[in-house]
Ligand binder design. Structure first.
Ligand code: DAH
Length: 331
């Protein structure tokens, strides 16, 4: 009796293990646990047993039934999780490292500069990279015979537009565009590419980026200019940053100055030349129809590559434009 049950149990268990899909599993359930299944048939052994044998046989049958039911549930669970995970994939294996993208180091610098000036009340302005001589020179008080207009120092277009359009050499063009489109008072900041026909070496490139600032209001002075630059420097580089102005000349500002900022250069604070600034020249106001007797303004232009390179201790500007991911991933 009990050997018969033992061999039935091992048999049923091995058949169950061989079930590889939901259909064969269901067929097994009907054959063994169903109302007309093998187990039900074995129950009839009870009536052939002597009263003395019955209790032990009953217990044994129950135990076999419970075991097979539990084995069935376990197999069912096993098969359904196997369906979710196709065979041959080891879910415990670590995944592939997804390379995440990041902003170019220059873009990150530009975004931060714009954000800081934004907090200081400057709105973002922009203008075209392909400019006319009026915006790049004339309106900025750069006279016709000025050496900055030399053909060799500019990318003038050929063809029909020959001599008329050029790739802008400075973002100061956007000062003019902003004043043409918006009546004062105004405070704008513009970031963009500028172009000069320089031979490429470690410190020169024929394209680079500048950030330009312009404020026009009643009664602005050099103090407003300096405190704006200082506020920027402290927000951008940290509270220990300082600003120094050295007298200089630009046609579009009077007086004019070179701007140095004391910034962390690979961890040590150093003075770095970063651009030019000054009070808007009355001739510039006149070229855009703003009355210099009523309005005054200050302007500044800073080099983005310069700040970025000094900050990160980069020695070669060309690295910034080669798009070598191994270089760019460092930032
Ligand atoms: N445009 C100048 C340059 O490219 C930089 C500059 C100097 C901009 C003085 C200004 C300024 O707005 O006021 O060298």
């Amino acid at each position: 009796m009990s050997t018969e049950l033992d061999s039935y149990e091992t048999d049923a268990a091995s058949q169950l293990a061989a079930c590889g899909d939901a259909a064969s599993l269901e067929a097994w359930r009907i054959a063994h646990l169903g109302t007309k299944g093998r187990l039900k048939g074995l129950m009839s052994l009870m009536k052939d047993a002597t009263p003395a044998e019955r209790p032990a046989l009953g217990q044994r049958l129950n135990a076999v039934k419970q075991k097979l039911e539990a084995a069935f549930e376990a197999r069912k669970a096993e098969l359904s999780s196997a369906r979710e995970a196709p065979r041959g994939i080891d879910l415990t294996e670590p995944g592939l490292d997804l390379a995440s993208g990041r902003r170019h180091v220059l873009t990150a610098t530009v975004d931060r500069i714009v954000e800081v000036f934004g907090r200081m009340g400057f709105e973002v302005a922009d203008g075209p990279e392909l400019e006319d001589e009026w915006h790049n020179f004339t309106a900025l008080n750069i006279p016709p015979e000025h050496p900055a207009r030399d053909r060799g120092d500019n990318f003038f277009l050929g063809g029909e537009a020959a001599g008329k359009l050029l790739l802008r050499t400075q973002t100061s063009t956007v000062q003019i565009r902003a004043m043409e489109s918006t009546p004062p008072p105004l405070r704008v900041v513009a970031v963009g590419r500028v172009y000069r026909p320089d031979d490429h070496d470690a410190t020169h490139y024929s394209m680079f980026h500048q950030v330009e600032g312009l404020a026009v209001d009643r009664g602005l002075t050099m103090v407003d200019l300096k405190s704006t630059l200082l506020g920027f420097a402290k927000a951008f580089f940290g509270p220990e940053a300082e600003v120094r102005m050295r007298p200089s000349f630009f046609p579009f500002t009077e007086p004019s100055a070179e701007v140095d900022m004391r910034m962390p250069v690979k961890g040590t604070w150093q003075w770095v030349e970063i651009g030019g600034c000054g009070m808007v020249d009355p001739a510039v106001f006149e070229s855009v129809g703003i009355d210099p007797e009523v309005w005054s303004g200050f302007a500044f232009g800073l080099g983005i590559e310069r700040v970025t390179m000094r900050r990160h201790g980069l020695g070669d500007i060309r690295r910034l434009f080669e798009n070598d991911a191994r270089f760019l991933r460092q930032f």
